[in-house]
Write a new protein. Sequence first.
Length: 363
Amino acid sequence: MSALGLRAWPFLLWRGSQLLRREKFDLVFFSTSQFITYSLGRLWKARYGVPYVIDVQDPWRTDYYSSPGAPPPPGGWKFQFARFQAWALERWIFAGSAAVMSVSPRLLQDLVACYPGLAAKPSAVLGFGASPIDLEKALELPGPAAGFSRDGGEVHLLATGAAGGIMAPALTALFEGLSSYRRRDPERARRLRLHFVGTSYAHAGRGRPSVMPVAARHGVADLVEETPHRTGFLQALRLQQEADALLLLGSNDPAYSPSKIYFYYLAGRPILAVVFKGSVMERLLDELAGAAVVRLSAEEPAPRSEETLHGFFDQLLAGKSSEANPRWNDAIFRSRYLAESLTRRQCALFESALAAGPPGTSS
């Protein structure tokens, strides 16, 4: 648990109160995973009468770490303190909200199951939309960003964003498949390079590798490279343009819905995804199509996972990147996941929250 929210809380309270006293605001919007700051909405609503809307990016009160097969919770006493905060404040905060949105339908369903009163409030499932303008800005950066070598016919697959314990099953499946591919055809496999960039939120020089230990256990560390510190958003987009294919790893949390999935599609590169059956991420990939999908199951090994991985590697190494993935559903992508479309839907949610009048306190 980060203490950032607690450290920032009094300053946000002070500055927000100044603004609310001085100017007229229709609504306060919270979009952060620093959950303790949500409580400011309830305080400002009581003092200034302004409604608030919460964007739930991650679960606050969760039993994920107590579920079978889950990794141990991080943070020691800090994690326990965060759980206490959630237990003490979550019901009170959501009961006073005017509307709720989330990147994941599963998160909204779980909240309504805990607090049935939320079912009567406006809500929406809205991810972080992809904008072509961001891609244009990324391509204006001086480059190349990665300096991927292709002197020996190397083919580069890239994953950007956080990794760690929750993605260990996906990493294991990926590296097991890579190891078996090398046993089958070592000469071709030697050309593969898998890059994992920005795998932690730490500053440069402070991140701890979470991918390389898994690669080493499966004997493929020489084909893998990890950058275990935070990478800028535009830099990540630029790197995606320089890769030959993109790797999308799912979490063993079925509600996990990474926003980068939309930028992966916008990048126009072949996508290899490793996801759990029944997850939000699997549903998104099936809806959009256009990706080679390895489906994991906690109960039984996926019989075709190795076949899917080997087929994807074969297509890339043969220079048939356009054949590595089926055609993706461009119409659905543009109507549901571009930033422009999602902004319209978010504004509609705000209008619904304001039209509903002062939020009640049922829970």
